[in-house]
Write a protein that binds this ligand. Structure first.
Ligand code: AMP
Length: 299
């Protein structure tokens, strides 16, 4: 089954203590879309300007990503730049230039409206709503977010969370939203806001699922070299949704394994700048790392 993914499609300029790379292919929908494409057909919804390099469109196509929902309009592509400290868990946003995102209204092609799996990747919650409004009874809807929306668009975000099946956020966002320091208390409070499933991402320490079947703790791959973690969270949720869309059986019974596939896809993302490593990975590479994680966590 296909996955519809809406989110940012960006040019990212990224600085780490070791290197600097301008205008890489980035954005939440790009990372999530490429990650999901290893498992299921992907329909991307976003906007880019007429400065968007053709080679990046080719990269999407190389991954079989359906671009009928990608608007290419006059103006500048969304540009984000960020800088990492030596401890790569700490990142500073240097600039966010919205460009064509400022006036973006996602309009779905008619064929996209019946897509069974929907990922509302990180983007303004108002736009996530707008996409959901156009969908015809999707089977499973997941949404990701970021601290910015907690700070400037809380009412929209709270309204959105009521409409989705799975809410994914990182631990600092969960603590902020649930107003508690304890992630397990936060999970309980987040369920009260609406979603049946909640996943809290904890970076190199893995992720926690809470749902009707209780808790599940998913590990992260033990990487010894992190080049650039930008987009790891998006790759996690993209890989997970792609796997869910490809798997037979109930969503609940597949969700734990899907998280492992998401974690492995995210681990490749961290090993290169932007999408450079992820776009060179094969399904066989992913399966090998999944087996390694299985071995590490069996007892
Ligand atoms: P992550 O590392 O998972 O937080 O995701 C990083 C990606 O988020 C980058 O590729 C950025 O282009 C994208 N991004 C940064 N700021 C925003 C924003 N305000 N809205 C949507 N996407 C953003």
């Amino acid at each position: 089954m296909s996955v519809l993914i809406v989110g940012s499609t960006a040019l990212d300029s990224i600085k780490t203590p070791k290197a600097e790379n301008p205008r890489l292919l980035g954005g939440s929908a790009s990372h999530a879309g490429v990650a999901a494409s290893f498992f299921a057909p992907v329909r991307l919804v976003g906007v880019v300007g007429d400065d968007f390099p053709k080679k990046y469109l080719q990269l999407y196509r190389k991954h079989g990503i359906d671009l009928d929902g990608l608007q290419i309009v006059p103006g500048k592509t969304f540009h984000w730049s960020g800088e990492y400290e030596v401890n790569m868990n700490n990142r500073r946003t240097l600039a966010t230039e919205l460009g064509v995102f400022e006036t973006f209204t996602p309009t779905l092609p008619p064929a996209h409206r019946t897509t069974p799996f929907v990922l509302l990747a990180n983007i303004a919650p108002g736009l996530q709503h707008h996409v959901l409004d156009q969908m015809d009874r999707p089977r499973f809807v997941a949404a990701d977010t970021m601290d910015l929306w907690l700070n400037i668009a809380m009412p929209d975000l709270l309204r959105l969370i009521k409409r989705i099946d799975l809410f994914v956020l990182n631990d600092s966002e969960a603590r902020q939203l649930a107003q508690t320091d304890n992630v397990f208390v936060a999970l309980r409070k987040l369920h009260q806001l609406g979603p049946r499933f909640v996943i809290i991402k904890k970076g190199e320490h893995g992720s926690i699922l809470s749902g009707p079947g209780g808790l599940f703790l998913a590990p992260a791959s033990p990487l010894t070299k992190v080049v650039d973690p930008t987009g790891a969270g998006d790759s996690f949720v993209g890989g997970m949704m792609g796997f869910l869309a490809s798997a037979k059986g109930s969503i609940e019974s597949n969700l734990r394994r899907a998280m492992i596939y998401g974690a492995v896809t995210a681990s490749f993302c961290c090993e290169g700048f932007g999408l450079t490593r992820t776009t060179r990975v094969t399904r066989a590479d992913i399966e090998k790392r999944v087996k390694e994680l299985e071995k590490l966590t069996r007892f």
